[in-house]
Design a protein around this ligand. Structure first.
Ligand SMILES: Cc1ncc(COP(=O)(O)O)c(C=O)c1O
Length: 399
């Protein structure tokens, strides 16, 4: 079913202000999301923060269940967090504090691994005898399965992979990893930060044990929100850091008990209004239908790639199936300068940098690229407007 773009734009006040093509950074929220957030903040000011939370308990539960529906998992396996990074590191250090890395071993990463996840691995490497190895890709962008099979052995402690990297359009065939790690009993962490909200995500099919994401990107939720999925079997083995009365019970002066399943990753204090908003955003996406969203984003980003190429830009999205992230550079034009010029023309894009995804960017000799990322509410005319500005930039004299 195709989407009613006029209605989507009417639902999204920001569309009247700006051409927003930075949805991989943070998308424009629908009005209903902003209303839900401000309603709750108002309630807090009228009732008191604890009392408002009590009154909104169903709404918070709804946020967990709508995320669970999006990911096709059980709501009891979902925790709400502040960001993707807080979700990922809670699960990762949850394994570490449970002694999972004490005897050393290997962690396999993909070339799209995001800096904050890799930082945790580097910190852990300083504490444990951990080796970090990179999974190899084939020329067509698919995972090199021979390489993967040769690396998976009893010393493999964990595999972490990125569904869609922060810096390029290519979508990874992560289910190939899950099909192997599940039978071997190796925990598989999936970074779904850029895919959630723009691509169908059936976690049981991917067979990951942990998945993480943020609210503000393609899900169109408020900033300061994130989510964590941990499969029950692994959650029950983890000792998350930063536990409090919402994740554990203080049973005696020398003991505590962690709550079951994903509850043990919850925190007492977090932005309740924003998390309620995230639930509204996820429901909004589910009502539109993730397949319909994916089709529209894919159409807009394909047009964008074609237009940019015709305008003389170099696309850096990598081979294979593509998502709604379009990364490009212009010969002899500085990326920050170009993004600044586009901003002056009323177009939001961002600049993606090697320091965010160093494995892949370094290998391709890329320091930075301009990243444009359409969402359902963008129009074909907005894509053309961007392409025309990029083309005009090439025809100018740049210093
Ligand atoms: C692929 C990917 N993973 C993880 C993150 C981290 O997300 P957060 O800033 O919510 O921690 C990002 C943020 O841009 C990302 O693009």
């Amino acid at each position: 079913m195709s989407l009613d773009v006029a209605q989507l734009r009417a639902d999204t006040p920001g569309c009247e202000e700006i051409i927003h093509l930075n949805n991989a950074g943070a998308a424009l929220s629908p009005r209903s999301v902003t209303n839900a957030v401000t309603d709750h903040l108002r309630l807090e000011s009228q009732l008191g923060g604890y009392e408002a939370a009590e009154a909104a308990a169903d709404k918070l539960m709804h946020t967990r269940s709508s995320i669970a529906q999006l990911l096709c998992v059980d709501a009891a396996d979902i925790a709400l967090t502040h960001s993707d990074t807080s979700a990922w590191t809670k699960a990762f250090w949850g394994l570490a504090l449970a002694g999972w890395f004490s005897s050393g071993g290997t962690v396999l990463v993909d070339s799209g691994v995001y800096n904050s996840h890799y930082f945790a691995l580097l910190q852990a490497q300083q504490l444990f005898n951990l080796k970090i190895e990179l999974m190899q890709l084939n020329e067509d962008g698919s995972l090199n399965l021979e390489d993967l099979d040769s690396r998976l052995d009893p010393s493999t402690k964990m595999v972490t992979a990125t569904h869609v990297g922060t810096h390029k359009g290519a979508v990874s065939d992560v289910a190939q990893i899950g099909a192997r790690t599940r039978t071997l009993g190796i925990p598989f962490f999936l970074d779904a930060c850029q895919s959630a909200g723009q691509l169908p995500l059936t976690l049981s099919g991917i067979q990951c044990d942990v998945a993480t994401g943020t609210g503000r990107k393609f899900l169109r939720g408020p900033r300061g929100t994130g989510w964590l999925f941990v499969r029950e079997e692994w959650a029950e083995r983890m000792q998350p850091p930063g536990i409090d009365g919402s994740s554990a019970t203080w049973t005696s002066l020398s003991s505590f008990e962690l709550l079951p399943r994903a509850e043990r990753f919850q925190e007492f204090e977090y932005p309740i209004a924003a998390q309620i908003g995230l639930g509204v955003a996820v429901s909004y996406a589910l009502e539109l239908g993730i397949e319909a969203i994916a089709t529209r984003i894919s159409g807009l980003s394909a047009n964008l790639r074609t237009g940019l190429q015709q305008a003389g830009a170099k696309i850096h999205d990598g081979p294979g199936p593509q998502s709604g992230i379009v990364s490009f550079t212009l010969p002899n034009v500085d990326c920050d300068y170009l993004a600044g010029q586009l901003k002056l023309a009323g177009i939001n894009v961002s600049v993606t940098r090697a320091a965010w995804t160093r494995f892949d960017m370094d290998e391709r000799g890329l320091e930075a690229a301009v990243r444009a990322s359409p969402h359902v509410y963008n129009t074909e005319a907005e894509i053309d407007y961007l392409v025309n500005h990029v083309a005009a930039s090439l025809n100018c004299e740049w210093s």
